[in-house]
Design a protein around this ligand. Sequence first.
Ligand SMILES: N[C@@H](CCC(=O)N[C@@H](CS)C(=O)NCC(=O)O)C(=O)O
Length: 202
Amino acid sequence: MALPVLYSFRRCPYAMRARMSIVRMNFQVELREVILRDRPEHMMEVSPKGTVPVLLLEDGTVIEESLEIMQHVLDWSLSEEEQHWISRNDDEFKYHLDRYKYPNRYEDVDEVEQRTFASAYLMDLDQRLDTEPSISEALSDALFPFVRQFANHDRDWFDAQPWSHVLGWLTDNLESEAFKLCMKKHKQWIDGDAVVQFPSNR
Ligand SMILES: N[C@@H](CCC(=O)N[C@@H](CS)C(=O)NCC(=O)O)C(=O)O
């Protein structure tokens, strides 16, 4: 294996945060774009839990949690504050985000109520960015793909909310060169395909 292999799915926020760390460090990987309903056999062999992202290192180590991929690539140990925001994002916010976006997949869910619950996190994040505008790049990258997903569900509504700091922070991230590289499109990987090296600025 010439390079570590990253199984990824372009639109997945967990895969996005992993790819952002890879872009930041120019940590070269072989990118294998996955379609979730047609997961590659090799990915399922190395990581039977079947979620993306998965990073397979040259020594055979498999890292199958997005945050652990970030920590490995960035050599990042989380501060207490970073841990706090990531837990709120991954547990509380993601829970309501899923129910806001896909209310029909759950029983007895009201999407507006779910949006309100999710908004509590965003209002707190807005306050955090107001009182302390600096935020580590790693933390920012771990969070913004999820806020992007929430914002995109009803962009007009999102833009009309009183969270100007969140809005500015999200815009800066979405317009960054790093995010453009992160979101480059790749076709589904099929075993035997030529290696797709990532990040690549070609
Ligand atoms: N805790 C995992 C979650 C990853 C995850 O749930 N990824 C989604 C795609 S966004 C997935 O692979 N879902 C599998 C499925 O939908 O069957 C991580 O942080 O990497």
